[in-house]
Write a protein of this length. Structure first.
Length: 267
């Protein structure tokens, strides 16, 4: 049977890494691409039999390419620490490899679970991102800091899996804020790399458009409060991405101060 490598990118994901690794124990080779976590992520992954590869974080595109390079087998399955492979996806992949794949690069649908319910709208289903199952050499990731794209090589053919993996994007509201802060910083750095400018008016316009897209155009309102929170989180992340870029272009130095000493009597 054709061997499969699975790689998982992670940083300080001690609460999530066990479930992620356990969901791909069917793979012949498991790589955890860690960026020097300060918690027990690496130790937990190692105890479960994964090979932990430490990779300095220079953006998600570079991280994924290095994770792929660490994989041993021709076919590679990509997973993030907040994602879970399902039995249906496992069986679909193994059955396809046994019969002979009709494509080189496969997109995999994702079902997101948040606030105690499956999210069916808000742009969160089927929620395809870059391909997650592919033949080595058929594609590579763009060197973007965040929201990394991909490039097909040669005459690579794309396809779609029918069954979905799970994603648990936010364990609580605090993580929504944390991700909005981290990704907005990376987004602002990407804008800088691309030579793009910003202003506070642009930050507000893009943030409002992001909220409108997720809540109204993508029917987030049909997901109830989770849909509203998702849209609000996208508003916040988008606003601060553009605001942080504007901040980097601005000279917001504090007003000058002088050393204050006790007045001399009679002066």
């Amino acid at each position: 049977m054709t061997a499969v490598s699975a790689y998982i990118i992670a940083y300080n994901e001690a609460e999530k890494i066990q479930a992620a690794v356990e969901s791909v124990l069917w793979a012949d080779d498991i790589v955890v691409a860690d960026s020097y976590s300060t918690d027990d992520t690496a130790a937990i992954a190692g105890e479960l039999g994964a090979r932990v590869v430490q990779i300095p974080f220079n953006g998600f595109g570079d991280l994924r390419n290095q994770a792929v390079a660490a994989c041993r087998h021709e076919w590679i399955f990509s997973l993030d620490a907040d994602e879970r492979c399902t039995a249906d996806v496992r069986d679909e992949i193994l059955g396809m490899l046994q019969q002979g794949p009709d494509a080189d690069v496969y997109f995999v649908p994702r079902r997101n679970y948040f606030m105690g319910r499956w999210i069916k709208h808000s742009g969160f289903y089927p929620d395809y991102r870059q391909p997650q199952f592919f033949r080595r050499g058929a594609m590579s990731y763009c060197h973007d800091r965040v929201h990394e794209g991909f490039e097909l090589h040669g005459d690579a053919v794309t396809g779609y899996l029918q069954h979905a993996i799970w994603q648990l994007p936010f364990k609580n509201f605090e993580e929504i804020q944390h991700k909005a802060s981290r990704y907005s910083t990376l987004g602002a750095e990407r804008m800088m790399d691309e030579g793009r400018t910003s202003c506070m008016g642009r930050a507000l316009r893009h943030a409002l458009w992001s909220f409108t897209q997720h809540y109204f155009l993508k029917n987030g309102w049909r997901d109830g409060w989770p849909g509203f929170v998702i849209a609000l989180g996208n508003f916040e992340g988008t606003f601060y991405k553009y605001a942080k870029r504007y901040q980097a272009l601005s000279d917001w130095c504090p007003p000058p101060t002088t050393a204050l000493r006790r007045p001399v009597p009679g002066s």
